[in-house]
Design a protein around this ligand. Structure first.
Ligand code: ATP
Ligand code: MG
Length: 299
């Protein structure tokens, strides 16, 4: 059973978005007791319930207001939005955050032997896809009259099976395409995982919790991009050192025992430090240059 006062979050039960979503929830301090078979998992330290479902169901659950938040790929979200638009159903939602996982592209791919100049070459052809609405929108924009053939699985074997002339499918490395004698030609949509919120009123207590989770998510994302840098620098080179360190306006300077000419510099940098920069620091006379990962950040 679930309690309507608890925040409901939909996540993919298993698949490519599962690990990223669960890792992020863990990183922002949501403690879960997950039993593998169960649809619902309760957080033990916050009023949050997880609904573990197939990713196809997540946009609809959010748009129907059945759950408050959902982790979903933009490809699936946009497809469902276009489908609902075409059916005259409601498709309200709010994107809270674009996340750093689930990256992929929806691409047109054709058999190696096909003479493909540009998307016009698909005029009058059949294209197999799991995303007919996104594909048809692309064809409309490109003024191409081609047919999208809906397939829920095995899209990549459709041309060989004689079901279609080409395909439009999700790609990350391209290995699956290659194994099936297909070549990627045009990217029609670039996707990442996003966190979305349902439309409609949100009780104040839930909204406060959502805001708190979002602040923490931002903290985690910012921390992943940032580094803690420590080094010893000659006192008379501090200005040049600051110039070399990205996003390091106010470094901490600490005295070094028994060394009058150098100081220790500690700084949080908003970017990774490249080898080239480290070599330049060394050339300035810096030593003991350390770059450390940051786990969490706030403020
Ligand atoms: P479910 O059983 O939940 O319906 P699924 O088989 O539909 O799972 P997955 O293959 O787990 O879905 O992919 C889920 C999402 O992960 C995709 O919709 C997409 O947003 C993202 N993704 C990232 N990389 C890839 C990839 N290489 N191929 C497919 N999807 C990817
Ligand atoms: Mg799915």
């Amino acid at each position: 059973m679930t309690d309507r006062n608890r925040l409901r979050i939909a996540v993919q039960k298993s698949g490519r978005l599962c690990e990223g979503s669960m890792e992020l929830l863990k990183a922002i301090g949501v403690k879960l007791s997950i039993r593998d078979r169960l649809l619902i998992a309760h957080a033990t330290n916050l009023p949050i319930d997880l609904l573990r479902v197939r990713d196809d169901d997540i946009p609809g659950l959010v748009m129907d207001g059945v759950v408050d938040l959902g982790f979903i790929g933009e490809n699936e979200l946009e497809e469902k939005m276009l489908e609902r638009q075409a059916q005259g159903k409601q498709f309200q939602y709010k994107t809270l955050e674009r996340l750093e996982f689930g990256g992929c592209r929806l691409s047109l791919a054709v058999p190696n032997e096909m003479d493909y100049q540009n998307v016009q070459s698909l005029q009058g052809k059949k294209v197999a896809t799991t995303y007919p609405f996104l594909l048809e929108r692309f064809f409309r924009e490109q003024n191409v009259d081609a047919n999208a053939v809906m397939l829920n699985g095995s899209v990549e074997v459709a041309p060989r099976a004689g079901l279609a002339d080409a395909i439009c499918d999700l790609v990350s490395t391209g290995a699956t395409l290659e194994a099936n004698g297909l070549v990627e030609k045009d990217v029609i949509f670039r996707s990442k995982a996003v966190l979305i919120q349902r439309g409609g009123d949100m009780p104040a207590s839930k909204q406060q919790l959502i805001d708190k989770l979002l602040t923490r998510i931002n903290g985690v994302m910012q921390a992943r991009e940032s580094k803690y840098i420590m080094l010893h620098a000659p006192k008379d080179k501090i200005e040049q050192v600051k110039q070399l360190l990205p996003g390091a306006e106010n470094p901490t300077l600490l005295p070094l025992a028994g060394n009058e000419t150098s100081v220790a510099v500690h700084v949080v940098s908003t970017e990774t430090l490249f080898w080239e920069t480290m070599e330049k620091l060394k050339a300035l006379g810096c030593s003991s240059i350390l770059v450390l990962p940051i786990e969490k950040m706030l403020g």
